[in-house]
Design a protein around this ligand. Structure first.
Ligand code: AHR
Length: 989
């Protein structure tokens, strides 16, 4: 035993023999390393050093010397403890201090890593303190593929800075010149990252060439303790005389904490809170940690408020602002992200008609999504198929009873126990003419079945049945199974849950839309309308009639690249048109929303092929005719060609189409004559249907040149022709900052031509499959922006977010409003913001004022005649609450009650399949709601308050008046001019 101890000591001595032998110091104050270069050597006063290469000493301005270690490869120090052992090994709590004067970047001051292997970017394990390109940063990485963030401070060149890095198990905290500047949290400790034998360098990192210190370093000290956090909670709402617990020691650490206050009359240095009689007092509390000859300051903002203090007075006047269009907030539907097939269209079978193509529709791939179950042979054929639009079908040959063919059904079949699924298959006998069943197998076990027929015939026949699932199954196989040997032919294999709305729309998705109470539905896109090329455009006529006769198309979102780059994982994205124009109109009826179909104007997507139909060609005439026929399909009498098709499809009554769009987000170029195209459409449509309201476009981006040109043209034309456009579709996908910065965008817009904010989303990123792109931060910025949209409802007639749906793992574009998988769906934070707006729009705005709105809160107020509610919406994007005093002109008589819906949360929060209601509104009801009441609006929140009134308000409307009231139980409004003459009356619905 003794022998072994001695040999261990000897081997340790050998291991440290390269270190200079220095006096050993006792570290009773926690100091485990100290080096000041004052005697122009690298001898440490505590701990040991080993010098590599040369060193230069320069006066440090403090009467001593500093070291210039780096500058060139090979000059640096390796440091160790007094026994020559790795200094940082086993230490999870440390305070590292030094002074440095950077002269260039990148400049490494201290570096510690598990060994001296070169670091691999994105896979690093090290602690480093350096001046990088723009920051002084204290990196602490334990990465496996992603970089964490680090505490940082601005890079300063040519000045001495005193740096202190306090390291705890969970944090790194950076101080510069004694002041706390930044901190970051970590989920790993230093010893977990550095291991048992780390290397520690001063003036060098093992990144290879160029990773040196560039400047002077001095007074390096390392302490084996860290003063952690002081958590005083939220000090910004101190409203009572109390005593704060201000700790003066930190546990077992040779360090004292002294407190001082910027206002002893508001909070004393010992923590006594003294509430003022009125107003509020901001106070800075400072904790000064003293150890060795260092003092580090940590400051805490506090606000002491009088009991009746409020941040803002939001005053609601009895002056009518502007009318809010009925159904102003609507939906944008596009078949992007598998929103239609694989999404809202409840069909569970993928490539049901064996018509799939891939690679921009160029390659037929009819067996895509199909394979043999057990055994058997699958082939496609097109001789004697169902019809010319759907020529291909499957010929399946079985070699034994019980074989069949199965479908991949996107993520496999999901079925719920006890639920019914409607199955249909078109089939025709070949050499096999026996029985056919549809079955569902989960891990080989049968979970549902239906015999569709005992016998196939020589004709195509549609066989139907219902599968009732015996259990909950996921990723299951949907199989068409035969009872014997031989070949037979199959097409249009379908399985739709019985609870699908109208047998068409996936229930959970359709119901989510319904709950939004949207005013309109714009469809079928988006760029899908334009198509990658003209052949690929959305031709609405291909989307109507019997589903088995609809001509399938590939989806333009199978590529997002101008050059048609296709290897994006979605090359099989097709459009079956099972969800076609008829179904969109039905959806509008279900939602009680106005239909806003958009037609192609003879132009393919301008970001892609930009293919054009010559404007004077007969073909272009056909595009115009298609638009006219669409109106006939929607509204025409059953005796008209397209009205008859609608009736035949089951809807003899008209769909009452009022608004339609021409073109998506087109812009004029020297080649495309977009303006003339629109003018031709407009003239033809209004000649036949003078009341049809048309949606024009200002192009893909607000504020760019094309947008300005578009508006100039539209204004000129609208000056001559009132009906030239009903609204102009504007698109903006921008950052949250943009939404805040533009929160007055429409305040000064000319009022002559109206706007349709037809596609917008706040986003930090746009990338495939990123449900986390929908944060509360993005939704809150939309909520703030929408207060302005609503206040400007006299110019913004319609608004909708885009895109609407995204199937998880099938998404080409995120953020999106509603996410789903095979089983369930959830609304993003944006969904709840949009819902709050569309369910609480009101009939017209009431003018409102916010006093002293320096740190802007975003608000809009409207009046809802049907309920008599004054609806107040407030977005507070700040990290602290705002107390708002709500005052009302006396003419608005409050009934005493109010209902609020509020969303608040951490800005980076998201919803998810597993946590679908993480961010969603919470409802609160108030009684005794009085004029002048203080209302606390939480940090990072959006609030809608419906303040109930007696309905007996008399409102100012210009020089006239609006009298609201009730006759029997019917709410009404009556308008009087400046002379008191009744000029109109209405019933609120
Ligand atoms: O919403 C996604 C796309 O954005 C739409 O298809 C297009 O109109 C816009 O560029």
């Amino acid at each position: 035993m003794l022998k072994r101890i001695i040999s261990a000591a000897v081997s340790a001595a050998i291991a440290v023999s390269a270190f200079a032998l220095l006096p050993v110091h006792a570290a009773d104050d926690g100091l485990i390393f100290a080096l000041d270069f004052d005697n122009q050597t690298t001898e440490a006063t505590v701990g040991r050093t080993e010098l590599f290469g040369d060193i230069a000493y320069e006066e440090d301005g403090n009467g001593g010397y500093a070291a210039r270690l780096g500058d060139k490869r090979g000059n640096y120090l390796s440091i160790a403890d007094e026994n020559g052992k790795p200094l940082l090994a086993g230490h999870d709590e440390l305070t590292i201090t030094f002074r440095k004067k950077a002269e260039a970047v990148t400049s490494w001051w201290l570096f510690a890593a598990p060994d001296d292997n070169a670091q691999v970017y994105g896979m690093e394990h090290y602690l480093g303190i350096l001046d990088n390109g723009s920051n002084l940063t204290a990196e602490r990485y334990n990465n496996s593929g992603a970089r964490n963030e680090s505490p940082t401070y601005a890079y300063e060149q040519g000045i001495w800075q005193d740096v202190a890095l306090v390291i705890t198990k969970t944090k790194s905290m950076l101080y510069v010149d004694g002041e706390f500047v930044s901190e970051k949290e970590y989920d790993f400790t230093l010893s977990e990252m550095l291991g048992k034998n780390p290397v520690i360098y001063i003036g060098h990192a093992n990144w290879g060439e160029g990773e040196w210190s560039k400047g002077l370093i001095d007074d390096i000290e390392i302490y084996d303790f860290a003063f952690g956090d002081i958590d005083l909670g939220d000090l910004t709402e101190l409203e009572t005389n109390t005593t704060l617990d201000l700790p003066e020691v930190t546990d077992n650490i040779p360090c004292t904490v002294a407190w001082s206050s910027s206002d002893e009359n508001a909070i004393t240095s010992s923590g006594q809170v003294i509430v003022p009689e009125s107003g509020k007092k901001p106070v800075l509390l400072t904790a000064s940690y003293t150890f060795g000859n260092h003092t580090l300051n940590r400051r805490f903002n506090a606000v002491v408020k009088a009991a009746d203090y409020y941040d803002y007075d939001l005053h609601v006047t009895n002056e009518k602002g502007v009318d809010i269009q009925d159904g102003m907030y609507g939906l944008f539907f596009e078949d992007i992200n598998y929103a239609a097939d694989g999404g809202l269209y409840a069909e569970m079978i993928e490539n049901r008609s064996f018509e799939a193509t891939k690679n921009l529709g160029k390659d037929y791939d009819g067996l895509y999504a199909w394979s043999a179950y057990k055994s058997g042979m699958l082939e496609t054929a097109d001789a004697g198929g169902l019809n010319d639009n759907n020529p291909h079908y499957l010929t399946f040959t079985s070699t034994a009873a019980g074989q069949g063919f199965k479908n991949q059904a996107y993520d496999g079949v999901y079925m719920e126990a006890g639920k019914n699924y409607n199955v249909s298959v078109w089939a025709k006998a070949g050499t096999y003419s026996g029985a056919m069943s549809a079955k569902v197998y989960s891990d080989g076990a049968l979970s549902g079945e239906v015999k569709l027929t005992d016998e196939l015939t020589d004709e195509w026949v549609k066989y139907e049945g219902v599968i009732t699932s015996t259990k909950n199954v996921r990723n299951a196989d949907f199989v068409i199974e035969l009872d014997g040997k031989g070949s037979a032919h199959f097409d249009m294999v379908s399985c739709i849950p019985e609870d699908a709305i109208f047998g068409i729309f996936r229930k959970d998705l359709a119901e989510k839309l319904k709950l939004m109470n949207p005013g309109f539905l714009r469809f079928p896109g988006g760029c899908v309308i334009e198509g990658y090329n003209l052949d690929n455009r959305y031709n609405w006529k291909n989307s109507i009639g019997a589903v088995e006769e609809r001509k399938q198309n590939w989806n333009r979102w199978s590529t997002h690249m101008a050059d048609g780059e296709i290897d994006n994982g979605y090359k099989h994205y097709n459009q079956t048109y099972g969800l076609g124009f008829y179904e969109y109109f039905l959806l509008c009826e279900y939602l009680d929303a106005k239909a806003v179909p958009v037609v192609n104007a003879g132009m393919a997507c301008q970001y892609q092929t930009n293919e054009l139909v010559p404007i004077d060609s007969a073909e272009f005439g056909q595009y115009i005719q298609d638009a006219l026929d669409l109106i006939e399909f929607a509204n025409g009498d059953v005796t008209t060609t397209y009205g008859a098709i609608r009736a035949q499809m089951g809807h003899p009554e008209p769909f009452n189409l009022e608004i339609m769009g021409v073109g998506n987000e087109q812009w004029q170029t020297s080649a495309n004559e977009w303006h003339t195209r629109y003018e031709r459409f407009e003239a033809a449509i209004h000649e036949k249907y003078p009341d049809m309201k048309l949606v024009g476009t200002s192009g893909p981006g607000v504020q760019d040149n094309d947008y300005n040109k578009a508006w100039t043209w539209i204004r000129e034309k609208s000056a001559e022709n009132d009906d030239f456009v009903y609204v102009v579709d504007e698109h903006y996908y921008r950052t949250p900052d943009w939404f805040y910065q533009n929160a007055h965008f429409y305040d000064d817009y000319p009022r002559d031509v109206k706007v349709f904010a037809g596609e917008y989303a706040s986003r930090r990123v746009n990338q495939p499959n990123d449900p986390k792109a929908n944060t509360w931060e993005t939704a809150l910025s939309e909520a703030a922006y929408m207060t302005m949209i609503e206040r400007n409802a006299d110019v913004v007639y319609m608004a909708c977010y885009a895109p609407l749906f995204a199937r998880l793992n099938y998404t080409q574009w995120s953020p999106d409003m509603i996410w789903f998988d095979d089983v369930s769906s959830y609304g993003s934070p944006t969904y709840y913001v949009q819902s709050l707006y569309s369910n609480n729009s009101g009939d017209y705005t009431l003018n409102s004022e916010v006093s002293d709105n320096t740190e802007e809160i975003y608000e809009t107020v409207s009046y809802d005649g049907a309920t008599g509610d004054v609806i107040i919406k407030i977005a507070n994007p700040y990290g602290h609450k705002q107390r708002v005093k709500l005052t009302f002109d006396d003419a608005i008589m409050l009934e005493g009650g109010a209902d609020a819906s509020q969303i608040a949360g951490d800005l980076m929060s998201t919803n998810s399949i597993d946590n679908p209601e993480n961010i969603m509104p919470e409802a609160t009801s108030y009684s005794g709601f009085a004029n002048g009441m203080n209302y606390d609006v939480p940090a990072n929140s959006f609030t809608v308050i419906r303040v109930h009134t007696t309905r007996n308000a008399t409102l100012k409307n210009g020089n006239g008046r609006i009298k609201n009231g009730m006759i029997a139980d019917i709410p009404y409004g009556a308008e009087y001019d400046a002379n008191g003459k009744l000029t109109g009356s209405w019933i609120y619905e």
